[in-house]
Every structure is written in structure tokens, then in C-alpha cells.
Design a protein around this ligand. Structure first.
Ligand SMILES: C[S@@+](CC[C@H](N)C(=O)[O-])C[C@H]1O[C@@H](n2cnc3c(N)ncnc32)[C@H](O)[C@@H]1O
Length: 287
């Protein structure tokens, strides 16, 4: 069997299994390509050039195991390959972190740039998980010092590995913290966050693939806004005078605007619409 034939056959099986997608891939054929390339130890994105390459029996056996796990245990492909992509950047992942898919990533740095009113010399990533946004901050704002916090020790271990892979240890500082609690009086030009924001009703209906992710990376309390409220309420004291907060909130725009009716939210345009990521300037944030 060639690599191309394996992708066709794996696509058919994944389709028949009626899986849920959205962990870095959008459909069965993308996932089949990832799994086949991984089974053959070929780099991501090289399907075209390897299409007619025959697979060895060891590679075919490896693929079979991967497909079984994907289909029977509903494990997202990124956990099977230990690799997730945001644009052109790849990150190590395992089940200690959510699979990176934040819309904030596509906004860094160009879409946020026009709203920044001071050069970014320091930035904070709250709820950093795999460290993906902290790393993109460091790559976007060369020379800036980045702090990144998470409450989960496991997530911080994954983030440490990614920061080391990108050789950013001198500029990205990882800390265990319940939101801002361990940051004392530190202040930043930019704060970004992709916190947990799934509401309780949606948590009860999650497809199997999402149950494979850490619950604390998804669950945002009854209305989904528990962590978002904490961030908006406390961000001001951690922003420098012309600083800006960017926060992803999922599909909770209406609830958030009801919770903070006086705040002049700017809604940033993302590939999935414009109500998912908000931006607030320091002077508008609550004291
Ligand atoms: C949605 S994930 C985001 C991870 C990463 N920023 C990304 O975009 O892929 C949310 C993260 O928030 C962390 N978290 C949950 N509650 C927290 C809290 N009270 N303080 C800090 N981090 C928290 C979780 O451990 C998880 O890693």
C-alpha cells in the first residue's frame, strides 16, 4: 500500500466513524494525512511528495494502532502525534494541555498592532497551557519580556518544553499562578488570555474528543465567564498606563456585555467571526 492509498482508506474509516473535529484539523481527510505521515515518521505537510511511496509493514501496523485509538477512544489526533500547529508554528502537546486552537494566535501581531498605544516591551499570557500564545508573543514582539501563567503544573511542564524547543528561555518566564495571584505588582504593556470559557450546559454535552482534554482547560463555570470575569476585573492593576488586554471568550459575547454593560469592548475580527475575542484599553477597565 502506498502513502496515498493509506490516506484514502483511512479517510473512509474516519468518516464512517462520525468523529468530531476541531482540534487543529477540520475533517477526516486532513486527519488521515496527519496520521499516515506520523505512522511513516514523515514530516507534516509532505503528503504530496510522498504520495506514491510504499509503506512498510511496520508503518502499516503503526497506522492501524493510531486509527484504533482515534476511532475507538476518540483521542484527538494531536495527542496521538504529539504535535499541534498554529499557523506555521508547531507545538509539542500531550493530555496535560488543551490542543492549541486559540483565535488570539491569528491576531498576533498584525491585527492587534493598530490598537497598541505603546511599544510592547513586556507582555503577559494568562492561562498559558502549552505556552503557545506566550511563544507567539515572544516571536511577534522581538526583545519583549514575556510572563506566562497557568494553575496546572502539568500544563507548565508542557509549556517549559515548548519554550525550550523555541530557545526562548531567556525571554519567556513561566509561573504557576491562579490568574494574577502570584504576580504581585508586575505590570505589562499587553496582556493576552485564552481562558477556559465553556459554560456548564455545553460541558455536559461535550463530544468524546473534548473529554480527552483537561477539564480545567475548558470549564468556565455556570455561564462560562467565571475566569473571564476574574481577568477583566483584575487586569487593570497589571497593565502599564497605555496597556491593552486581549481576551478570547468563545461564544459568550452577549453574556459578557450583560455582565459589564459599561465597558467599551472592541471586538476583533477572526476567521470564525468577530464576537470571539475582545480588546480593552487599561483606562476603561474596572479598578
Ligand atoms: C483554554 S486553555 C488555553 C491554553 C493556551 N493558552 C491555548 O490557547 O492553547 C486554558 C488554560 O487555563 C488554565 N487555567 C484554568 N484555570 C486557571 C486559573 N484559575 N489560573 C490560571 N490558569 C488556569 C488551564 O490549566 C489551561 O491550561
Amino acid at each position: 500500500m502506498t502513502v496515498g492509498e493509506a490516506v484514502t482508506s483511512a479517510t473512509r474509516r474516519l468518516r464512517a466513524a462520525r468523529l468530531s473535529y476541531g482540534h487543529g484539523t477540520f475533517n477526516a481527510s486532513e486527519e488521515a494525512a496527519w496520521l499516515v505521515l506520523h505512522a511513516c515518521a514523515l514530516p507534516a505537510g509532505t503528503l504530496g511528495e510522498n504520495f506514491n511511496v510504499p509503506m512498510t509493514s511496520a508503518q502499516t501496523r503503526r497506522l492501524e494502532k493510531l486509527l484504533e485509538k482515534r476511532i475507538e477512544e476518540r483521542i484527538p489526533t494531536a495527542y496521538l502525534t504529539h504535535e499541534a500547529w498554529l499557523g506555521e508554528h508547531s507545538f509539542y502537546v500531550d493530555r496535560r494541555v488543551i490542543v492549541p486552537r486559540s483565535f488570539v494566535a491569528e491576531l498576533l501581531p498584525d491585527a492587534i498592532g493598530p490598537f497598541l498605544r505603546a511599544p510592547v516591551r513586556s507582555a503577559l499570557d494568562v492561562c498559558t497551557g502549552s505556552g503557545c500564545l506566550a511563544i507567539l508573543l515572544a516571536l511577534s514582539f522581538r526583545g519583549a519580556k514575556i510572563d506566562a501563567v497557568d494553575l496546572s503544573k502539568g500544563a507548565l511542564a508542557v509549556a517549559r518544553r515548548n519554550v525550550a524547543d523555541y530557545r526562548l528561555g531567556r525571554r519567556v518566564n513561566l509561573l504557576r499562578s491562579n490568574l494574577f495571584a502570584s504576580l504581585a505588582r508586575r505590570r505589562y504593556d499587553l496582556i493576552v488570555s485564552n481562558p477556559p470559557y465553556v459554560n456548564a450546559a455545553s460541558m455536559r454535552r461535550l463530544p468524546g474528543e473534548y473529554l480527552a482534554e483537561p477539564r480545567m482547560a475548558l470549564a468556565g463555570g455556570e455561564d462560562g465567564l467565571l475566569l473571564v470575569r476574574g481577568i477583566i476585573s483584575r487586569a487593570k492593576r497589571h497593565l502599564k498606563p497605555r496597556g491593552v488586554l486581549v481576551c478570547e471568550i468563545g461564544r459568550n459575547r452577549e453574556a459578557l456585555e450583560r455582565a459589564f454593560p459599561r465597558l467599551p469592548f472592541t471586538w476583533l475580527d477572526t476567521s470564525a467571526g468577530d464576537g470571539l475575542v475582545c480588546l480593552l484599553e487599561r483606562e476603561h477597565l474596572p479598578d
